[in-house]
Each structure stands twice: as C-alpha cells, then as structure tokens.
Design a protein around this ligand. Structure first.
Ligand code: 5GP
Length: 217
C-alpha cells in the first residue's frame, strides 16, 4: 500500500485511546487550529447519538451495506467495536494524502493495528486520560450511553491500555490545549524526519533550493 503514495504526501495521523480519554475533543480542537488537516469520516453500523449528523460524525449504514463495502475492499481498516462495525473508507484517505494533506483517523486499537501493518509511514498516537477515575467520570457525564454500555467501555479501557506499546507516542489529555500542542509538536517532528525528506535533500545536494513542496517548511 505504501508504494501507491508519492513522496511529499501528507501525514497519516492515527489517534486511539480508551473511550472517555477525550480523543474526539482533542481531534476537534486540533482541526480548529490546523484547518488544512482532514478528519477521515468513518462508516459505522451503530445508531446515531443525539445531535450526530450523517457525513459529519459518521456515515451511518446498515450491516448488509457495511458487509458489501468489506467485500468491495472499500476500507483501509475496519473492526467490530462494542458490537458494531466501524471502518475507514480507503479512497477518501488516499485522495487527501496524495494531495499533500495530513489526515487524522480517530479509530480503535484493532483498526490502528491493521493500518500499522499496511501503512508503516503512519504516525500512531495514544491518548491517555489523567486517571482511570477521571476516565469513568467522563464516560458517565457524557450521558449518551446506558449503564451496561458505560461498564463495557470502562472495562475495555484496561485492555486497551495494554496495547500502548504498539503506538509511537503517548499524549495525556489532562488539558485539551496541552494535548493539542503535543500533537502539533509530534506532527512537526515527524515532518522533519530524514526518511520523509529524501527528495528534498537530494534536490538540495543537486543544486536546488527549498521549494514549496518541502515537508520541512
Ligand atoms: P463511538 O461509538 O464512541 O463513536 O466510537 C467507538 C469507538 O470506535 C471509538 O474508540 C472510536 O475511536 C472507534 N472508531 C470510530 N471510527 C472507527 C473506524 O473507522 N475504525 C475503527 N477501527 N474504529 C473506529
């Protein structure tokens, strides 16, 4: 999959973390400060929550539609999370990466592991809550889930944290603005990596100069 993407493509930023860690809030705030970054909108079979909009929060589809999308190889990754399917549409993500846009995937760990296998240039960030007590408080205070779902999500958090070694970075979300600044620093550092700038330094060595397509700018 890597070979399909040209040099100077955008960065694929994969963000995971337990339910209630505040991934959604951190991502929204990051996007506000970095309006050139694209958030991938996932497809899900779960029911919309109060206030959620089709094509904004998710593309809401029934199970058979989702399964035919799997058949047609339309997903970069997909997973069953809390009894519902969730998946990242492949075409949308690659279109933007090829245009040089950074793309954020806010996905669960199973999905992140699939992306890692297929797209090693991704940047994998794990968002942690400041404590498990705070995590529970956040899940409960959302007020959108039944008590059973709350318990399920809280229990899963312990399992999910065991996968942190699979990620490149950990960001504690004690304050959203601090977490966002850390992600900005990660993105900047990643863009300065030698590996991501091969054609830039070859160009300089050959007598060229810094151009607009440099990821280091
Ligand atoms: P929620 O139902 O709270 O919106 O999301 C439940 C979980 O599914 C979250 O951990 C969220 O990050 C994850 N998720 C959302 N979209 C995707 C996706 O496209 N793929 C995968 N693997 N997980 C997703």
């Amino acid at each position: 999959m890597d070979r399909d993407i040209k040099q100077k493509e955008g960065l694929l930023i994969v963000i995971s973390g337990p339910s209630g860690a505040g991934k959604g809030t951190v991502c929204r705030s990051y996007l506000k400060r970095n309006p050139d970054t694209i958030l991938s909108v996932s497809v899900t079979t779960r029911q919309p929550r109060r206030g959620e909009k089709e094509g904004v929060n998710y593309f809401f589809r029934d199970k058979s539609t989702f399964e035919s999308m799997i058949e047609n190889d339309e997903f970069l990754e997909y997973a069953m999370v809390y009894d519902n399917y969730y998946g990242t549409p492949k075409e949308y993500v690659f279109k933007h990466l090829n245009r040089g846009k950074d793309v954020i995937l806010e996905i669960d760990i199973q999905g992140a592991l699939q992306v890692k296998k297929n797209f090693e240039k991704g940047v994998f960030i794990f968002i942690m809550p400041p404590s498990m007590k705070e995590l529970k408080r956040r899940i409960v205070s959302r007020g959108t889930e039944t008590p059973e779902v709350i318990m399920k999500r809280f229990k899963s958090a312990y399992d999910e944290i065991n996968f942190i070694d699979q990620y490149n970075y950990i960001v504690v979300n004690d304050r959203v603005d601090k977490a966002v600044k850390k992600i900005e620093a990660i993105v900047m550092a990643e863009k300065c990596k030698v590996d991501r700038n091969r054609d830039f330094y070859i160009n300089i060595r050959e007598g060229g100069c810094l151009n607009d397509r440099s990821t280091t700018k």
